[in-house]
Design a protein around this ligand. Structure first.
Ligand code: BGC
Length: 807
C-alpha cells in the first residue's frame, strides 16, 4: 500500500483495489456483446433469444418456458398481481429458495449454477472484486432466468454505504453538513455507479441512533439526533431509489439495523441492548418510520438482543410495529447470519428453531446462514410452520423483485460500466460533500484560513500522505490510485512555486495493540509499521522552520465501522506525543482530524491554534479539506454527535433527560474529576466569521393545540468574512404525562449565508402537532403545558423563550 502505515484488512473482501482491470477473459468480447444492450432491452433480449433459447420475446420474457405470456411474465400487470401469480406456480423448495441470500460467487462455478438451476437461491450478497463489472452477475442471472424451471431472477445486494467507486464522506461526516438533500445527491450518485455493475440493492441507509462513540458504527450513522437522522435517512432512501426504482441507475434501499443496534453495551459491536419501550419509540424507531414513509422497499433486522429478545426473532418490532402499525409492505432481510445466531443468543436450540423463530417473527430473507434452506421444508411438512407464513414471506420478496423491474430487465447493460465511475459530476459532488462535512472546532486568532502565499506552511502527521486512509470504513470499490493525499491536495492549492515540506512524525497507530482479544491466550495484534525512532524529533525540527504547522492526525480507517469498537477515545499510538512536541515549538498548529467518531481531545482543544474535523472525507476528501483550509469554501458543518472530554462520559448526548438533580452543585451527580459538560456539544461548529444570535421572539406565548408556533430571531454576521450560520431550533416540554422529555430536542434548523455586517431574521413555523412525543404504546401525544424554545448556535448555547400550549 503506497505510503501506507498498515495494510487495509479485507473483511469479506472489503479491500481497496489497486487498479481498475477487466476480469481475465471478460474483456473486449463482453464489452462488444454489452454494446448490443444500448439499443434497448427489446433488441437486447432478441440477442439472447438467438444466443440461448427462445424465451425472449419483444416486450416480455417467457420465464417458465411454456410458450405463453402468463400474468407474472406480463410487464403491464401490477407487481403484487404478478407476485401472486408466480407464487401459485412454485413448489415449496422454490419458495424457500427465494428466501436465501448467499455470497456472490467469484465466477460461474458449477455449484453456483446448479443451485440456480434448482431455484435454491433468491439473492446474492456481493462484496468483492467481482463487482468491478456486471459480467459475473449477468452470467449467473442468465442461468437463473434461462435454466431454472420458473426463471426467477436473483437480486444482487451490496453495501453501498457512502459511495461505490467514488467514495463520499462517511455518513457521520455528511450528516454534519446539516443538509439532508446532500444524502439524496450522494445516494443517487452512488446508486448510479453501483447499478452500472448490476447491483440491484444496497444495504443502506443505516439509521441507527448512535450515542456512544466507542461503537465503531457511529461512523455509518447520522449521529445522535432522531429528528435530523429521520430527515437524513429519508433523503438517503430517495437518493438510492429515486421516484422510480426501475429507472436506470437506481437501486433498492434497505434501512438498517432494525432495531436498537446502536445502543450496544460498552460500545462493543453486536452487544446486547437494553432499551425501554418509551425510549425505543421516541429515539430509536422514528428514523425507521421515516424511511418506511419515504418508501424504502427493504428493512434489515439487526444482530443485537433487544431488551432480552434478539432483534432478528422479535415479533413485536418486526411484525406488530413494522407491519401492523407502519404498514410496511416490502421485505425484511436478516443481517449476516443473524438467523443462525439466534442459537448463540440462546433463544433457539438448533437451526430449525432459529428458522422458525425468525420467519414467524417477520424475517423474510435469511442472509448467508442456511437455516431456512436446510430446515423450512421439513417444518412445513410437519405442520410446525403454516404454509401461509412461508407464502407471505415469498410474496414480499417477489413483489420487490417485480417492483425493481428484474422480471423486465434482468441483465445489467454492459455498455455502461466502463465509463460509469468517477465521472466529473461525481468527483465534484464528492469534493463539495467533503468540504461541507468539515466542522471547524477551533480557530484561535483566525489562523485559518491559510494564505496560499507568504507564510511558510509545514505539513506533518501520519495522515498527511496516507491517501488510502481517507476513504473510511465502507469504501466499497474504491481503488487506491483514485485517491489523493492531503499533501498532494495542499500542493495543488499552493501552486508549483511553493515547496511543501512534509513529515509523518509517527505512525497512525503502533502495532502490537490488541484489536480483537479472542481469548486470553490468543489475540490478533494490529498489523502496521511502527514509528521510527527519530520521527518525532524530525517533525519538530521541521515545525521550527514553519510559520504555521498543519498536523494531520486521526484514526486508521478500520478502527471504526463494523467491529471497529474502541475502549479509548484518544488519538492512537504516539500521535498525542507528536502533537505535544510540535505544539511545544510555539508555532501555531492547525490540526486536521480524519476520524470515524467523536474523539476525546482535550489536549488538542487546549493547545492547538485550530482544529478542523474532516472525518473520513472520501475519494475527493483531501481536495475538499484543502478548499476549506485555504478558504475557497467556508466551513459550515455542525456536529451531530457530542464530543466528550473523556471516554468515561459516554454514552453522552445532548437530548438527555433532566434528572431529578440537574445542575452543577454538590449532590447533583457530577463527576468529581472532570467537568460534566461536553468538550464540544451537538450542533457546535465555527465559521471563519462570527455570528451574533438575538433573543427568541414568539408570535404568541399561548398556543392552541391546533395552532402553529412562530419563532423568530435575528442573526448578525459580526466578522469580516461571509459565512454560513446554522440557526438551530430546540424545544423543551416541561411537564408531560407519559414520561420525561429531553432538556432540548431539535425541531428545525436553517442555514443562513450572511455577508460581513449583514443581519437577517430567521423565522420558524412549528405546528403544535409537532410538539408531541410517543408514549410506550406508540401513541403520539401532544399535551397542553409549558414549553421552552431556543434558536441557537448549538445545543448548549442561547436562552429560551417560553410559551404555554392550551387546550
Ligand atoms: C453488517 C451489515 C451489512 C451486512 C452485509 C453485516 O455484517 O452488519 O450492515 O449490510 O454485513 O455486508
Amino acid at each position: 500500500m503506497p505510503g501506507g502505515s498498515h495494510a487495509i484488512t479485507a473483511r469479506r473482501g472489503k479491500s481497496l483495489e489497486k487498479a481498475f482491470e477487466y476480469p481475465a477473459g471478460c474483456g473486449q468480447s463482453w464489452r462488444m456483446k454489452g454494446s448490443l444492450f444500448i439499443v434497448g432491452w427489446l433488441a437486447a433480449t432478441a440477442v439472447f433469444a438467438a444466443d440461448s433459447s427462445s424465451i425472449y420475446h419483444p416486450g416480455w420474457i417467457d420465464f417458465n418456458k411454456d410458450g405463453k405470456k402468463n400474468v407474472y411474465e406480463d410487464p403491464s400487470q401490477p407487481a403484487d398481481k404478478r407476485a401472486r401469480d408466480l407464487l401459485k406456480r412454485m413448489t415449496v423448495d422454490e419458495k424457500i429458495g427465494q428466501l436465501w441470500q448467499v455470497d456472490l460467487p467469484r465466477a460461474l462455478e458449477p455449484q453456483a449454477a446448479a443451485r440456480l438451476r434448482n431455484g435454491e437461491v433468491g439473492s446474492y450478497l456481493g462484496s468483492d472484486a467481482t463487482l468491478e463489472t456486471p459480467v459475473v452477475r449477468n452470467q449467473l442471472q442468465h442461468v437463473a432466468v434461462e435454466q431454472s424451471r420458473l426463471g426467477i431472477p436473483v437480486i444482487l445486494g451490496h453495501d453501498v454505504i457512502h459511495g461505490f467507486r467514488t467514495v463520499f464522506p462517511i455518513p457521520l461526516g455528511q450528516a454534519c453538513a446539516w443538509e439532508p438533500g446532500l444524502f439524496e445527491r450522494t445516494g443517487a450518485m452512488a446508486a448510479r455507479e453501483a447499478a452500472a455493475v448490476g447491483i440491484d440493492w444496497t444495504f443502506a441507509p443505516m439509521v441507527d441512533l448512535a450515542r456512544d462513540p466507542r461503537w465503531g458504527r457511529i461512523a455509518e450513522s447520522f449521529g445522535e439526533d432522531p429528528w435530523l437522522g429521520a430527515l437524513d435517512g429519508a433523503a438517503s432512501v430517495r437518493g438510492f431509489q429515486g421516484t422510480n426504482v426501475q429507472a436506470a441507475g437506481r437501486v433498492v434501499a434497505c434501512v438498517k439495523h432494525y432495531v436498537g443496534y446502536g445502543a450496544a453495551e460498552g460500545g462493543r459491536d453486536y452487544n446486547t441492548t437494553e432499551i425501554s419501550e418509551y425510549t425505543l419509540r421516541n429515539f430509536y424507531l422514528p428514523q425507521f418510520k421515516a424511511a418506511v414513509d419515504a418508501g424504502v422497499l427493504t428493512v434489515m433486522s439487526s444482530f443485537n438482543c433487544l431488551s432480552g429478545v434478539p432483534a432478528s426473532g422479535n415479533r413485536h418490532t418486526l411484525t406488530d410495529i413494522l407491519r401492523g402499525e407502519w404498514k410496511f409492505g416490502g421485505f425484511v432481510v436478516s443481517d449476516y447470519q443473524a438467523v443462525a445466531e439466534l442459537v448463540d443468543h440462546g433463544v433457539a436450540a438448533n437451526d430449525a428453531e432459529a428458522a422458525r423463530l425468525a420467519l414467524t417473527a417477520g424475517v423474510d430473507m435469511e442472509m448467508v446462514s442456511r437455516t431456512y434452506h436446510d430446515t423450512l421444508k421439513q417444518q412445513i411438512e410437519q405442520g410446525l410452520i403454516p404454509q401461509g407464513v412461508l407464502d407471505k414471506a415469498v410474496r414480499r420478496v417477489l413483489t420487490v423483485k417485480f417492483q425493481k423491474g428484474l422480471f423486465d430487465r434482468p441483465y445489467a447493460d454492459e455498455s455502461v460500466y466502463p465509463t460509469a465511475f468517477l465521472r466529473p459530476d461525481a468527483l465534484a459532488l464528492a469534493r463539495e460533500a467533503a468540504a461541507n462535512s468539515c466542522v471547524l472546532l477551533k480557530d484561535e486568532d483566525r489562523v485559518l484560513p491559510l494564505a496560499a502565499g507568504g507564510k511558510r506552511i509545514v505539513l506533518l502527521g501520519p495522515l498527511a500522505e496516507a491517501a488510502q486512509e481517507l476513504v473510511g470504513p465502507w469504501h466499497s470499490r474504491a481503488h487506491t490510485n483514485d485517491l489523493i493525499s492531503l499533501a498532494d491536495a495542499m500542493r495543488e492549492q499552493l501552486g508549483a512555486r511553493v515547496k511543501l515540506a512534509v513529515a509523518r512524525g509517527c505512525a497512525v497507530f503502533e502495532p502490537g495493540v490488541i484489536k480483537v482479544p479472542r481469548d486470553i491466550t490468543s489475540f490478533s495484534p494490529l498489523r502496521g509499521s511502527p514509528s521510527g525512532a527519530n520521527e518525532i524529533p524530525e517533525a519538530v525540527a521541521l515545525a521550527k522552520t514553519a510559520d504555521v504547522v498543519v498536523l494531520a492526525l486521526g484514526e486508521p480507517l478500520d478502527w471504526s465501522g463494523e467491529d471497529g469498537s474502541r475502549s479509548d477515545l484518544g488519538l492512537p499510538g504516539l500521535q498525542e506525543q507528536l502533537f505535544d512536541a510540535v505544539a511545544a515549538t510555539g508555532k501555531p498548529v492547525v490540526v486536521v482530524l480524519f476520524n470515524g467518531r467523536p474523539l476525546a481531545i482535550t489536549q488538542l482543544q487546549q493547545k492547538a491554534a485550530a482544529i478542523l474535523d474532516a472525518w473520513f472525507p472520501g475519494t475527493q476528501g483531501a481536495n475538499g479539506v484543502a478548499d476549506v483550509l485555504f478558504g475557497r469554501v467556508e466551513p459550515s458543518g455542525r456536529l451531530t454527535a457530542t464530543f466528550p472530554r473523556s471516554v468515561g462520559q459516554v454514552p453522552f448526548y445532548y437530548d438527555h433527560f433532566n434528572t431529578g438533580r440537574p445542575g452543577f452543585g454538590e449532590y447533583k451527580g457530577n463527576y468529581v474529576d472532570i467537568p460534566t459538560v461536553p468538550l464540544y456539544p451537538f450542533g457546535y461548529g465555527l465559521a471563519y466569521t462570527t455570528f451574533e444570535f438575538g433573543g427568541v421572539q414568539l408570535a404568541t406565548n399561548a398556543l392552541s393545540l391546533h395552532g402553529t408556533l412562530t419563532a423568530r430571531a435575528e442573526i448578525k454576521n459580526t466578522g469580516t468574512r461571509a459565512g454560513t450560520a446554522v440557526a438551530e431550533l430546540y424545544l423543551r416540554a416541561l411537564a408531560t404525562t407519559a414520561g420525561s422529555r429531553p432538556v432540548r430536542e431539535l425541531k428545525g434548523f436553517q442555514k443562513v449565508r450572511l455577508q460581513p455586517g449583514e443581519a437577517r431574521r430567521v423565522s420558524f413555523e412549528l405546528p403544535a402537532h409537532q410538539l408531541g412525543y410517543y408514549d410506550a404504546a406508540g401513541h403520539w401525544l401532544v399535551e397542553p403545558g409549558r414549553y421552552q424554545v431556543w434558536i441557537s448556535q448549538d445545543s448548549a448555547a442561547g436562552d429560551p423563550a417560553a410559551f404555554a400550549l392550551r387546550q
